[in-house]
Ligand binder design. Structure first.
Ligand code: GAP
Length: 448
């Protein structure tokens, strides 16, 4: 399947099945802002829950945090975002479109007579590049003047840095320790696109690990390994995951070293998570700009120092897109195209469909009882409309790994069939074993 065709099909499936809708669609949509429908919100929540569980629940040395989106404007001066979070842009005087100066579609040098607008094709209409800050601004309080400007955070990390002493003292952690946070971030991206890959409003899952200077290299290596392992545990094709090391010129202003975890999307290898060694840049800057001491007193070493920070920063939307792209496939079955989302059971929005084979002979009653029992602990879907084959297909498209059918034998033998989405094989399982059977599969390693 051609790459663009795959993305088009995925976008259409996402709308049809209620994963993702265009924001404000009835008004013509809003550029690169998307809404998650019933299945999408469940899928993204499963991603976030797995991340939170691996960071906060499974470890003694990481605490959770939920900092506000709006922060003191000085935070963004200290972080370097006011001065440095910019893209060089050029405008077309003819068609009024705006582009990144390094847009590969631009022929010639912007500002020069030979430069050609990629949209209207006019020569010499592109301005010289100008720096454009990617942070969204708003105003706090009743007066809309420069003194009341606040920003919508472009990353969640800064909320962690300014709270690091609060968390350290209240949780009685010692270095090394980490703080994890999931939350919205906003960037006025100039070249957004590829569906939910690059959007203007998105969610980050960030963890900042505070370590003794000198141990940062080791912690950086460990976190790289753990984070790649986490992505593999989502069931992604390991051949489509790779590392990309940032060369000196690519490094962000705060980073000593940086590696991206990349996934091979239909539109090329792209970053889904960054692991950064930020040194003491952030705490040093906040200490300088706030005038508050942010040093840690290390009792074992009997000395004070500013901890170094190893950051892991993943996009919840990007990981969700990665799962959808990785899972989408089409197969020919008995002369028909079967569309399947082969999502790992642990992340699938619906774990099981429950179906009475026919709407008679007590089957709907039994199936409804089973459905109500299962849904106390598992996300399930009850469907009694249409031929059983069509009901299975609808669940295939939603990525539901198991189809449980109550049939003629259920009343007599107290068994149901469980149909496996990927193999389409069915097996008979005792009614009393269904819940345990499905729960076992949710935690199973991908592929087993
Ligand atoms: N605190 C470091 C930081 O924000 P980043 O590489 O700019 O680093 C980290 O972003 C992750 O956030 C990316 O790997 C990506 O998954 C996600 N992300 C960044 N910009 C995004 C956007 N415009 N839309 C969706 N996700 C985005």
């Amino acid at each position: 399947m051609a790459d663009t065709a795959l993305m088009d099909k995925l976008v259409s499936l996402c709308k049809r099945r209620g994963f993702v809708f265009q924001s404000s669609e009835i008004y013509g949509g809003l550029g690169s802002v998307w809404d998650y429908g019933p299945l999408g919100v469940a899928l993204k929540r499963n991603v976030k829950d797995r991340w939170w569980s691996s960071m906060v629940h499974a470890r003694d040395d990481i605490e959770g945090l939920d900092a506000a989106i709006l922060m003191h404007p000085r935070v963004w001066e200290a972080s370097g975002h006011v001065a440095g979070f910019t893209d060089p842009l050029v405008d077309c005087r003819q068609c009024k479109n705006r582009f990144r100066a390094d847009d590969p579609r631009i022929k010639g040098t912007p500002g020069q007579p030979d430069a050609q607008c990629p949209v209207c094709g006019t020569r010499g209409s592109l301005t010289e590049p100008r720096m454009f800050n990617l942070m969204f601004k708003t105003f706090m309080g009743p007066v809309e003047d420069s003194a009341s400007v606040v920003y919508l955070r472009p990353e969640t990390a800064q909320g962690i840095y300014v709270n690091y002493l609060n968390v350290l003292q209240s949780s009685r952690q010692k270095i090394p320790f980490g703080i994890a946070q999931i939350g919205k971030a906003f960037r006025n991206e100039i070249t957004p696109g590829n569906f939910i890959f690059r959007t203007r409003e998105f969610e980050q899952m960030e963890m900042q690990f505070f370590v003794q200077p000198g141990t940062d290299g080791d912690w950086f290596d460990r976190w790289r390994e753990w984070r790649m392992e986490w992505h593999r545990s989502l069931g992604l094709d390991p051949a489509k995951l790779q590392w990309h090391q940032h060369a000196g010129s690519e490094l962000a202003h705060y980073a000593k070293a940086a590696f991206d975890i990349q996934y091979q999307f239909p539109f090329g290898w792209q970053e889904i998570e960054g692991i950064h060694n930020r040194g003491d840049f952030d705490l040093g800057r906040h200490q300088e700009f706030s005038g508050k001491k942010l040093e840690y007193f290390d009792q074992a070493e009997n000395r004070r120092y500013l901890p170094y920070i190893v950051e892991t920063s993943a996009g919840a939307d990007r990981v969700t897109l990665t799962l959808l792209v990785d899972a989408y496939r089409e197969e020919q079955v008995e002369g028909e195209t079967r569309v399947v989302l082969g999502l790992h059971p642990g992340v699938a929005p619906i774990k099981a469909g429950v179906f009475p084979l026919v709407k008679k002979d007590g089957m709907p009653e039994l199936a409804t009882t089973l459905y109500h029992e299962l849904r106390r602990e598992l996300a399930c879907f009850y469907d009694d409309s249409g031929a059983i084959g069509r009901r299975y297909r609808r669940m295939d498209e939603a990525g539901t790994p198991f189809g449980i059918t109550v049939d003629g034998e259920t009343l007599a033998a107290r068994t149901v069939t469980i149909r496996h989405r990927d193999s389409m094989q069915q097996e008979r399982v005792g009614l009393d074993r269904v819940e345990g059977y499905i729960k076992d599969k949710l935690g199973a390693t991908p592929g087993s």
